[in-house]
Structures are given as structure tokens and as C-alpha cells.
Design a binder for this molecule. Structure first.
Ligand code: ADP
Ligand code: 6PG
Length: 166
């Protein structure tokens, strides 16, 4: 989870590769109307996100037997609760960064429908993990491999699943 540009797709794909489990990017599940809305500079609202989140919950539930990684903004607690209701075992990784760091990354990213101008609304909507949510928050101001190593250590500190050994 995290705002647009926080690294969800990049880090999520890397974690899935290291764990050898399926990966999906929630961006690929948006209906065309949602993509068009964001591309035109208008943020999604709860109504736009509801069916999308339901589909994502279904995807997670379908993959509970193998384990899987889904990168999804999941900005609000209520969105995460919805996913959790569909797939009880969901663990969260919040990729957290300052608006300055994220903005710099978004400005350098090419070929994506999401305009950097929507970043302000993403931060305004973001509800960081609450203490009673099962999850980890990691600062994105470090190398992708360092983020992945740090996360893997939280889910299995004994695995020694380092970049070199994976
Ligand atoms: N830890 C990182 N260090 C440097 N660049 C990063 C890092 N994580 C992601 N990026 C780059 O930042 C941009 C946004 O990452 P992306 O994975 O698309 O974010 P999101 O899926 O959350 O929108 C991409 O160009 C990506 O290559
Ligand atoms: O809930 C939302 O408002 C969207 O899901 C949004 O948070 C997401 O970030 C976009 O789909 C852009 O995609 P990127 O996160 O890959 O920039």
C-alpha cells in the first residue's frame, strides 16, 4: 500500500519474485472509467474504488492457498478492511515517504496514466497503518533491494532470504 509513486509496483514485483509467488498490480484492475478519471486529473472517490476493491479482494482470496503479492494503493483503513474481509491472511506493507521524495520519483516516471498533480489528494486521503492492523511500514528513501530485504526479514526473520541467496 501507499500513495501513487511510492514504489508499490516496483517493490511488490521484487518481493513476489523473491518469494516465488504470483504478483498483481491493482492498476491493471481499474475499469476504464477510473483510468480516464485519474488521467484527466480527477481523484477517485469511495464510489469509484468500491467495485475495484471488491475485485481485488476476490483476487487475493483466490490466491490464499499459494500466497501472492498485490500492489494496491489501499489508502484508507476502510479499503484495507474490505480486502481483509475477503482474504483473512492479508499482511500489509506501507511504503511510506515524504511528498518531496515521492514527487521526485513521479516526475521522473514516464508513460503512466497517473498525473503527478494528483499526489496532493493521495496524501490527503492516505490513512497510515493503525496499531491494530497487521502490517509493516518501511521508509522508501532507500534502495529497492534494501526495502525488500527489510520486509522479508519482518515476515520470516529466520529465513536469511537475502538477495544473494534468493
Ligand atoms: N526505492 C526506490 N528508489 C528509487 N526509485 C524507486 C524506488 N522505488 C520505486 N522507484 C521508482 O519510482 C517510480 C515510482 O515507482 P512505482 O513502483 O511505479 O510506484 P507506484 O506503483 O507506487 O506508483 C518508478 O519510476 C520506480 O522505478
Ligand atoms: O486509489 C487510487 O486513487 C488509485 O488506485 C491510486 O492510488 C493509484 O495510485 C493509481 O492507480 C495510480 O497508480 P500508481 O499507484 O501505480 O501510480
Amino acid at each position: 500500500m501507499g500513495v501513487s509513486g511510492s514504489g508499490k509496483s516496483t517493490v511488490g514485483a521484487a518481493i513476489a519474485q523473491r518469494l516465488r509467488v504470483p504478483f498483481a498490480d491493482a492498476d491493471d484492475f481499474h475499469p476504464p472509467e477510473n483510468i480516464a478519471k485519474m488521467a484527466s486529473g480527477r481523484p477517485l472517490d469511495d464510489h469509484d474504488r468500491q467495485p475495484w476493491l471488491n475485485t481485488l479482494g476476490g483476487w487475493l482470496a483466490e490466491h490464499e492457498h499459494t500466497g501472492a503479492v498485490l500492489s494496491c494503493s489501499a489508502l484508507k483503513r476502510s479499503y484495507r478492511d474490505l480486502l481483509h474481509r475477503r482474504a483473512r491472511g492479508v499482511r500489509l506493507l506501507h511504503l511510506s515517504g515524504s511528498p518531496e521524495v515521492v514527487e521526485a520519483r513521479l516526475s521522473a516516471r514516464a508513460g503512466h496514466f497517473m498525473p503527478p498533480s494528483l499526489l496532493r489528494s493521495q496524501f490527503a486521503t492516505l490513512e497510515p497503518l493503525a496499531p491494530d492492523e497487521q502490517g509493516t511500514t518501511i521508509d522508501i528513501d532507500q534502495d529497492i533491494d534494501a526495502i525488500v530485504d527489510r520486509y522479508l526479514a519482518t515476515i520470516d526473520p529466520t529465513s536469511n532470504l537475502t538477495k544473494e541467496s534468493a
